[in-house]
Ligand binder design. Structure first.
Ligand SMILES: CC1(C)CO[C@@H](CC(=O)O)CN1
Length: 430
């Protein structure tokens, strides 16, 4: 009956062009999770979790109006789910005025790790800075203490590079140059050449990555004397597609030549082992159920026609479990004070603080791996390292920053047969 429903709001990036339309796969994943938590006995006894949502198109203004409508109209919502860094920034900055926790399943911007601006924000999506301890670990593993940085001038990459520079300084790694470009990388790449950069960390979106790769080919900044670190969440064959459409002057073969041997880092979003998670499923079971649901929604999964956000779907699924587990804890605590989540209103700071501290201490094995939040509300996640070998990505290993543990498979291959140097070695014969 109506009064035993726990209402939450959801803001999903679905339509539109700009940014990340990851709500296409994340909203189905959220619906799967709502089904599961509402059938889990003893999780929300006597209650059901109900979602009220709308589309932000990954536009912060539209996201703000979706949020306004969710809050203006009854019933009261107990918290908000949101995706896209730009929308989460707007929603999380305002949410505190309504004493609402915001849980972001699709926001990677490092700027969101700020308890002053976002006191009630949590995210199951790791910050883009999660790559940086892994990059440092790899530089140290291969003895590189002189690196260069090439980045696209976008907020997420600017703040990620600031974090990387600080960690390089701490580790005694020299940044020989930091080049950035808006959309044309020619001059930036030329400056890398001038500084004799050999080990380069590249931070850009995938369209810019194709331009950079073709530029590397033309300026011969690839092959046995160079090591490039790219971001690992581009689609697997990113360097062979859209060449005509995006005016790339290199052929597929030239792009493959330039891409051969590059390393990538990315946050793990699908639990890698076959362990049974809190939902009773393994991550592969989850994949099967999600694929079935997406096929019913009309996606041609069998021919690799995936909706956007498929990669991040486990983060959305686990976000709902985080909420349900936190509400379970909160209800137990409130009932001892003769209160209930049903009494929550947007001015009730006490209940809001109970929800906050319950989420803050929530930890469980989810389909996206072990779910736990840092003091800034950031997702603590493993990273994966891959290398392009013979044109295909090969898993090289995983890194757990918390325990500083690098699991390495010794599969790496260097074009010149040995680890490239980070500088020109002048051999003086005495
Ligand atoms: C790994 C990626 C693609 C990074 O951007 C996230 C979206 C965002 O930060 O706005 C979604 N996941």
């Amino acid at each position: 009956d109506a009064d035993n429903v726990l209402h939450i709001g959801g803001i999903f990036p679905i339509a539109g062009e700009g940014g990340w339309q990851g709500g296409q796969a994340c909203m189905p994943a959220v619906n799967l999770a709502l089904d599961d938590v509402n059938h889990e006995k003893n999780l929300l006894p006597g209650f059901i979790l109900k979602l009220h949502s709308n589309d932000s198109e990954c536009e912060p203004g539209l996201g703000a109006s979706v949020m306004y409508n969710l809050l203006y109209y009854k019933p009261h919502k107990l918290m908000l789910l949101a995706g896209c860094s730009t929308v989460c920034t707007t929603v999380a900055e305002a949410a505190k005025m309504w004493n609402l926790v915001v849980l972001c399943y699709g926001a990677s911007s490092p700027a969101l790790s700020d308890r002053n601006r976002f006191p009630t924000l949590f995210r199951t999506h790791p910050s883009a800075t999660v790559h940086n301890p892994t990059r440092i670990k790899l530089l140290q593993k291969f003895g590189w203490s002189r690196v260069a940085i090439l980045q696209q001038a976008e907020e997420v990459f600017i703040s990620t590079v600031e974090d990387l520079e600080a960690r390089c300084k701490e580790a005694g790694i020299e940044i020989v140059t930091r080049q950035s470009f808006l959309s044309e990388p020619t001059d930036a790449v030329r400056n890398l050449r001038r500084q004799d950069a050999r080990i380069i960390v590249g931070l850009f979106y995938v369209v810019a990555a194709r331009r950079v790769l073709c530029e590397l080919y033309h300026q011969k900044l690839y092959g046995k004397s160079y090591v490039w670190f790219f971001i690992g969440w581009y689609e697997d064959n990113w360097f062979e597609v859209n060449l005509d459409k995006e005016g790339i002057t290199c052929t597929k073969e030239q792009m493959r030549l330039a891409a051969e041997g590059h390393l990538t880092t990315e946050a793990l979003m699908w639990n890698q082992n076959n362990d049974t998670t809190i939902s009773g499923m393994t991550s592969e079971d989850f994949r099967q159920r999600l694929n079935k649901m997406l096929k019913e929604d009309g996606y041609d999964i069998d021919n690799n026609r995936y909706p956007e956000g498929y990669q991040e779907a486990p983060l959305a699924y686990d976000a709902v479990w985080s909420v349900a587990l936190a509400f379970n804890k909160t209800m137990e605590k409130l009932s001892k004070q003769g209160k209930s989540l049903k009494n929550f209103t947007y001015t009730d700071k006490e209940i809001a603080d109970e929800i906050y501290s319950a989420i803050n201490s929530t930890q469980f094995l989810g389909v996206s791996g072990f779910v736990a939040f840092s003091s800034q509300g950031d997702r603590i996640a493993l990273t994966q390292i891959e290398q392009v070998i013979d044109g295909k990505y090969v898993k090289l290993g995983y890194y757990d920053t918390q325990s500083d543990n690098l699991t390495w498979r010794n599969m790496e291959r260097w074009i010149g047969g040995k680890v490239p140097q980070d500088r020109t070695i002048i051999r003086t014969v005495l």
